[in-house]
Structure formats: structure tokens, C-alpha cells
Design a protein around this ligand. Sequence first.
Ligand code: MG
Length: 248
Amino acid sequence: MIVIKSQEEIELMSQAGAITAQILEDLYKVIEPGISTKDIDEFVEENILNNNMIPAFKGYNGFPASTCVSINQEVVHGIPTKKRILRKGDIVSVDVGTIYKGYYSDAARTYPVGEVDESAQKLIRTTMECFYKGLEFCRPGYRLSDVSHAIQKHAEENGFSVVRDFVGHGIGTSMHEAPQVPNYGVPGRGPRLVPGMALAIEPMVNEGTYQVEVLEDNWTVVTKDGKRSAHYENTVVITESEPMLLTV
Ligand code: MG
């Protein structure tokens, strides 16, 4: 069942989202060669707690950290550790979730570590553009798969592929609510979008094959061919007109 949010609920989600957005913005200054993925996690967790919010990922199905930090061929759900040091030329995806008074926000960015090659720049840029292509259909009158289709089309037009095994989701009083939001599919299918729906839309775009696998830690998702992957996510609310972006 898709839960339609009231104005009051959207307000609480947007307070959570504002902190998530600020932290993701601040990370552009924090991320540099030589820091560990755990350093990123500590920075994010401290900022979430300082704002009197709860890190949504910590303890979620046993996940041990406040952020998912995924380098290069890692797609999502990388576990922060002191042992993983960022090197110049890497790309790193950071996924952050916050809870305020029981309401969730969820967003992700992919950052270049120092100077990165042209293909990495294009991958990061295209993944963000995919989100905004999907956002154009986040209005009443469209169906959910219109969003999915727009994301897939833009990724593939740019020579990339979209991950199938992991998808976006509804969000509200829990991190994952109905509906699932795939980043691929034919248009014109699925539920009609109506005001008050809150969706975490999160293209995961790969340089090579769309196929992925999960490592032995049971969390880290990597591309099957070892090529790089980027992730871009925001929490979005459907309104009567322009969609609201809660995490930008
Ligand atoms: Mg998400």
C-alpha cells in the first residue's frame, strides 16, 4: 500500500531532508585522497547527531554504520572501514539517511576523489542527469514507470547501463515503503502518481554491464565486470505541480 503523506508529515520529512542535503554538500569539501571510508562515516554520523537526528542506516538489518560508502566498482552498501583509503582518481558514492521525529530522508551522491578521468566524470554527471530526467515525470497524471523509463533511456543513450537488482522506493515512517521504483522499464505502467507520495529515486548507473553481485560481507554490491558504478539519490514528494526535492 502506498501511504499518502499529510502536509505535517512532509514538513517533518523535509526537516530530515535538509540535514541530509547539507551533509552531502559538505562532503564535497571533506572527500580527498588519503582519507578512509570510515572517516566519511564519522563525519556524517557526527553531523546527524549534532542536529538531533538519528542515522537511519545504523543497525538497519544489522548494517554497522551510518553511511554506505562505495568505491569505484562498488555499486551500493559498502561498509565504511579504516582500511579503505581513498586514492586520487577514485569515485566514491555516499548514501545518507536521517530520521527526524520518526520521519525519514534518504539521499546519495557520487564524488570524484581529486582529479578523475573523463569517463568517470561523464558517469557521475550522467547519473545525476538520470535522476533529473526521471524527476520530469514526477507529477500527477504520469505513472511510476514513466520515471523509470526516463532514467533508463538517458543512461543508455550515454553508453551506460542501469542496475536492475536494486531499486528506489517509497519513504516516510520507514526507510523502505511501497512502491518500488525501478530505474528501468517500459513507460505507462505501475501506479499513477498523486500528490503526497514520497519517493526515494536513486539511479545506479554502470560503465559496463548492468549485472551486479553481492560480496561475502553480505552487503557490498559490486559490478560483475569490475567496471565503475555511480549513484545519485534524492527524496522527492509529488505535489499538484512541481515535485518537491527534500534533499537538495
Ligand atoms: Mg534509498
